[in-house]
Design a protein around this ligand. Structure first.
Ligand SMILES: Cc1cc2nc3c(=O)[nH]c(=O)nc-3n(C[C@H](O)[C@H](O)[C@H](O)COP(=O)(O)OP(=O)(O)OC[C@H]3O[C@@H](n4cnc5c(N)ncnc54)[C@H](O)[C@@H]3O)c2cc1C
Length: 493
């Protein structure tokens, strides 16, 4: 029986482990933290359950497929609840748009802003469906190991004018400034600047309307536990608190990994779900090709980082939406604030996660659980010192929420914790503290993104946000599908 080691228990790593184990490869996941999930880690604090990262679950079928492979039923492991509205969008001017979960109701919301834009929205939706067909159903399910693969998709990229930005395309169809923001912001979900990320990422809109937005009962942690349980039921093992410090190569093959606690694991197949740059920098630095690859990769543009405040309040707020987005007064400036050189804590947008609206079990009786997430620059931008400014910044965010949304927030505060770009770097091992790995630019996508298999070591593979197709739960699950297909083909050859 072939043996595989997967470094890291992020969603991509776990999905790959399930696929390999189902295919009859004896698979072990080595995870450096005390719990699996990676960005989807869970903090339990003072009776509150905080999902640390992803909260918007789209393409539930990609998750279900992982269970179907071994004729298990997802419903026996985890319960996905539909979210309505998908999001609530707030502006300081008092304008509100409910991003409803069906097109008819969404159009009624659009009409409140500009009746003329209904026609434009329908055209935008058609465009987004085309981007979804090419960008998700086609490119994201295909490996890009050779330049020929890229040449094959070129006519399709030209057809959808993929060189244009998300905002550019939205503006082509929609007149109203609020609506332009509403239909362009979601490239931020994968670390993409709406003003420079390829319009192909408008696919997110079509994807949400095709399959809905969901939340697992018990939180995203319940989904992670379900996937790990499935993997273990299939015979796979996961070892926690086991940080890999080196990958050993013999000739052109990777043959073992060393863990910090002194263990050595031999394997026929090694896949890294750890940060791609740090895999080369830290785990392969003893080899010339590892050093060279690291130097090449750091020339790429990394995505932004995030500042997150997890907090629990002594009150329930059933009227809130599960997902709320607060737009700043100046959208363009706030995006420059995230991706430019100077960062100001004044011009920010906030995503508020309020999961107690859907599931009361995540907080003690009568209480509710939240997180406020603010996109901020990665650590390449040194205009803010996070160790010094975090508390001040947290207070700015709390004051904002108090003024516009949750009166007396600080009086009701029971518990809180902060996660900064420094934590992305130090806790998750993300290069420059980026939240979504390499930025989703056209020049860093598909064949231009680090490949799912290493060029030098023929049995070293990658899975997760840093490789093709990219970040987001559907993205990293797609990367697991592609990597497992490459591995299984390599084994047969
Ligand atoms: C705050 C936040 C909110 C998000 N919201 C959404 C959302 O709503 N919807 C959505 O679809 N996506 C969302 N995303 C994106 C999505 O969560 C990520 O793209 C995805 O989870 C990344 O998965 P991954 O497989 O790349 O692994 P990661 O989550 O990056 O996990 C990698 C794992 O490798 C481990 N590791 C690293 N180095 C080593 C080592 N040397 N040895 C052993 N283990 C190691 C790490 O500890 C970690 O557990 C969000 C991301 C963040 C940060």
């Amino acid at each position: 029986m072939k043996k595989a080691i997967i470094i890291g228990a992020g969603i991509g790593g776990i999905a790959l482990a399930i696929r390999l184990q189902t295919a009859g490869i004896s698979t072990i996941i080595l995870e450096k933290r005390d719990k699996p999930g990676g960005r989807a880690y869970v903090y339990k604090q003072d009776g509150f359950t905080f999902d640390a990262g992803p909260t918007v679950i789209t393409d539930p079928n990609s998750i279900k497929l992982l269970f179907d492979l071994s004729k298990n039923r997802m419903e026996n492991y985890v319960d996905l609840l539909p979210i309505k509205p998908f999001y609530r969008l707030h502006w300081k001017t008092g304008k509100i748009l409910n991003y409803e979960n069906n097109i008819k109701d969404l159009e009624k919301q659009i009409a409140k802003f500009n009746l003329n834009d209904i026609k434009g929205y329908r055209l935008f939706l058609e465009y987004s469906k085309e981007a979804f067909k090419e960008g998700y159903l086609s490119f994201a399910s295909k490996s890009f190991l050779t330049i020929k693969d890229m040449l094959f998709i070129l006519p399709k990229l030209i057809k959808i004018q993929a060189w244009k930005s998300v905002y550019n395309i939205v503006s082509q169809f929609i007149e109203n400034d609020y609506l332009k923001q509403a239909f362009s912001f979601n490239s931020l979900f994968i670390g993409g600047n709406p003003f420079s990320t390829s319009s192909i990422y408008t696919l997110i809109h079509a994807l949400e309307y095709k399959w809905g937005v969901w939340f697992p009962r018990g939180g995203v942690g319940a989904l992670i536990n379900a996937l790990i349980k499935l993997f273990q039921n299939l015979g796979g093992s996961i070892i926690l608190n086991s940080e890999v410090i080196s990958i050993n190569a013999h000739e052109n093959k990777a043959n073992k990994v060393y863990s910090k606690n002194g263990q050595i694991f031999n394997a026929d197949i090694i896949a890294s779900n750890a940060d791609l740059i740090n895999t080369y920098r830290n785990l392969l630095s003893q080899y010339t090709f590892g050093k060279k690859k690291y130097i090449n990769l750091i020339k790429k543009k990394m995505s932004n980082s995030l500042f997150i405040i997890y907090f629990g309040l002594s009150k329930q707020y059933p009227h809130l939406a599960h997902h709320t987005i607060f737009f700043p007064s100046n959208y363009k400036k706030s995006i420059e604030n995230i991706f430019g050189k100077n960062f100001s804590t004044n011009n920010i947008s906030i995503y508020l996660h309020s999961p107690s609206v859907t599931d009361l079990s995540l907080a003690p009786l009568g209480c509710s659980v939240f997180y406020a997430l603010i996109p901020v620059p990665n650590l390449d931008n040194t205009s803010i010192n996070w160790s010094e400014e975090s508390v001040k910044f947290k207070n700015i965010v709390f004051k904002y929420l108090e003024k516009y949304y949750i009166p007396n927030l600080r009086k009701r505060l029971i518990t809180q914790r902060i996660f900064t770009p420094n934590d992305f770097q130090n806790v998750l091992g993300s290069y420059l503290g980026s939240a979504f790995s390499f930025a989703p630019l056209l020049t860093q996508s598909a064949w231009f993104r680090p490949h799912n298999r290493d060029k030098n070591l023929t049995n070293l593979y990658f899975v997760g946000a840093g490789t093709h197709p990219g970040a987001g739960i559907p993205g990293v699950i797609a990367s697991a599908n592609i990597t497992s297909e490459i591995i299984l083909n390599d084994i047969i050859l």
